[in-house]
Design a protein around this ligand. Structure first.
Ligand code: SF4
Length: 376
């Protein structure tokens, strides 16, 4: 199993909370796409010779690219990699980019899954976040998505400024009205150097209380699991058969190749990331050089990642797997360290596997970091 990810670093406008790498100018779009094709060629031997299970267009806003541009990138991947006949090809899309005929064109280009950045169905919340779309555009687009795609995901954000339990409940119910096979939902976080960080510091925006955010998360889990969704990762919910192939590859430590500025890659315990600058990225690639930094993960780094992703996903952390992959000493330490979290009912044993209890799911990142090792 392996995957290719394209980071499309353009957005119409900057959402107030976002610190991803993107530019609001399309000035270098053509050069950048040409450079991405070249990067695929330069790095085609960096994945094992197993068929690709996923091609994913994220960003940024990939739906700012034309279907022909998306199709040409898919074709380049097809020319250089073996593809699983069932390969999942996902396009992240924002509602304001929808136009008549778009879905026929991107399906013809090879996209078979959409990930729609709805975030909220309330105009006030969308405006507060400075999203480029309004609620009507979100509804209109979702009706169209349902006509053309059986496999799609819908993104929602909780912990939004001024939100309450009732506005959040309404948002979840409206999302469920579209029967999305997959929902990703994240808590709004205050990232440094964002407009939101400044607004909060200046007291111009009020985020809900920590307890309200935790309650919003609990409500999300309750409403979705009661409708048959599998809560398979902290932020991810899927109906049977609709787990995200791309994200599952990350969580299972499978190799993936990230193409484009700021994209990350992983193979043979080496993590690498491209520089986050469109102009410099193009310049380097055009000279035949990779705009990349690499880091070899130590055994302790690998163990820490294994614990974090295991606890965040429904698979949990299997003691036997720790023994096999990292050795007895790691397993002994793990058993000792989980004790205090077992006593607090934050973790429990499910056979040989440690999992997070329902009531502690929202705290999982803190619990996992507490189990991290600094060295051995
Ligand atoms: S559209 Fe997505 S990537 Fe672009 S600014 Fe908004 S949240 Fe960030």
């Amino acid at each position: 199993m392996s995957a290719v990810y394209f980071h499309i670093p353009f957005c119409k406008q900057a959402c107030h909370y976002c610190n991803f790498h993107f530019s609001t100018s399309l000035k270098y779009k053509d050069e950048l796409i040409a450079a991405m094709h070249k990067e695929v060629l330069l790095r085609k031997d960096e994945l094992p010779e197993t068929p690709l299970d996923s091609i994913y267009f994220g960003g940024g806003t990939p739906s700012l690219l034309s279907p022909a541009e998306i199709g040409s990138l898919i074709a380049t991947v097809k020319n250089h990699f073996q593809l699983n006949p069932e390969v999942e090809v996902t396009l992240e899309m924002n509602p304001d980019d929808y136009r008549d005929g778009y879905f026929e064109e991107i399906k013809a280009a090879g996209v078979n899954r959409l990930s729609v950045g709805v975030q909220s169905f309330m105009d006030g919340e969308l405006m507060d976040m400075n999203r480029a779309h309004n609620a009507k555009e979100a509804f209109d687009m979702m009706y169209e998505v349902k006509k053309y795609f059986t496999n799609f995901s819908l993104d929602l954000i909780y912990g939004v400024p001024w939100s309450s339990m009732s506005t959040w409940q309404k948002n979840i119910a409206l999302a469920l009205g579209f029967d999305p096979p997959h929902i990703s939902s994240y808590a709004l976080t205050i990232e440094p150097k964002t407009v939101l960080a400044k607004q909060v510091a200046d007291d111009k925006v009020k985020l809900p209380h920590e307890e309200t955010i935790a309650e919003q998360f609990d409500l999300l889990v309750e409403m979705l699991t009661s409708k048959g969704y599998d809560h398979y990762e902290l932020s991810s919910f899927a109906l049977p058969g609709y787990h995200s192939v791309n994200n599952s590859a990350y969580w299972q430590g499978k190799p993936y190749l990230g193409i484009g500025p700021s994209a990350h890659s992983f193979y043979q315990n080496q993590r690498s990331w491209n520089l986050s600058n469109n102009k410099q990225y193009i310049k380097k690639i055009n000279k035949g050089k990779l705009p990349i930094e690499r880091e070899q993960l130590t055994l302790v780094d690998q163990y820490n990642e294994f614990v974090m992703t295991g606890l965040r996903t429904s698979s949990g952390v299997a003691l036997n797997e720790i023994k096999n992959r990292f050795g007895d000493k790691f397993a002994e330490l793990f058993e000792k360290q989980v004790d205090k979290h077992l006593a607090r009912y934050h973790l429990y044993w499910d056979g040989d596997t440690v999992k997070v209890t329902k009531q502690a799911k929202f705290l999982v990142d803190g619990i996992a970091s507490d189990l991290f090792l600094l060295n051995l």
